[in-house]
Write a protein that binds this ligand. Structure first.
Ligand SMILES: Nc1ncnc2c1ncn2[C@@H]1O[C@H](COP(=O)(O)OP(=O)(O)OP(=O)(O)O)[C@@H](O)[C@H]1O
Ligand SMILES: [Mg+2]
Length: 215
């Protein structure tokens, strides 16, 4: 069975890998695709998020599986496989990249995040698998930071996607509830004001990645 596999990668912790992977999977599954979300993080963050929300993250026909179950799970005819990786090991990142059609590397507008993406890009380039950097957690009050980060990454020759994800409280709220960012709610249980913007950004990112994932 051949699937289109998207891996969300990173050498550093806390760069929004799980947030990005789970919400892309949620978006594609809501759009009627059969999505397998593979949780390759031993901490099981994506699996726990999915369980926390009683599975509402993914529509019927999609599923989440820990990496140990990937060989069996991948025997089914998924439209798309999304892999959430654990930050840290270069060898692991290389291995996951090699099994992918496209690798997405989230990057925050911060020096340490830029440095890890530049390091990761060396590994990815060696695999020959296409990849792109998505700027995430971009502070809307400091747009210059994202602009400069984009310039730095492009200057060293890295492909940076046009889509960008803004720093919004809807993200941790959705994570805590185990739902897609579209369904984030405030502490007083009202729809979070940033949820629509965040979900639109997920949609834009998904559409841009699809152009790269074409067989
Ligand atoms: N756009 C955003 N705006 C605000 N907070 C965000 C955003 N994206 C992610 N976060 C929050 O940042 C934290 C780290 O995100 P996440 O868990 O997705 O990172 P990670 O790279 O998977 O981390 P780890 O390396 O531990 O697996 C989480 O609390 C998440 O809710
Ligand atoms: Mg994670």
């Amino acid at each position: 069975m051949t699937h289109r596999v998207l891996t969300v990668a990173g050498l550093k912790g806390g760069t929004a890998k799980t947030s990005t992977a789970t919400n892309l999977a949620a978006w594609w599954s809501a759009a009627g695709r059969r999505v397998l979300l593979i949780d390759a993080d031993p901490n099981g963050s994506a699996t726990k998020l999915h369980a926390r929300g009683d599975g509402v993250l993914l529509a019927d026909g999609s599923a989440v599986a820990p990496i140990q179950q990937a060989p069996m799970a991948m025997a089914k005819p998924w439209d798309l496989v999304v892999v959430d990786t654990a930050g840290g090991s270069r060898d692991e990142q290389r291995t996951y990249a090699e099994g992918s059609n496209y690798v997405l590397a989230p990057c925050q507008p911060a020096a340490s995040s830029i440095e890890q993406v530049v390091d990761l890009a060396e590994i990815l380039k060696a695999t020959g698998v296409p990849f792109g950097v998505v700027l995430t957690m971009c502070d809307g009050r400091r747009k210059i930071d994202a602009t400069k980060t984009r310039q730095v990454l492009e200057r060293v020759g890295l492909p940076v996607l046009q889509s960008q994800i803004t720093l919004l409280s809807a993200w941790p709220k959705a994570e805590a509830a185990g739902v897609a960012v579209r369904d984030a709610r405030t502490d007083s249980d009202r729809p979070d004001g940033g949820a629509v913007t965040a979900w639109q950004q997920v949609a834009d990112l998904a559409a841009e990645i699809e152009t790269k994932l074409q067989p």
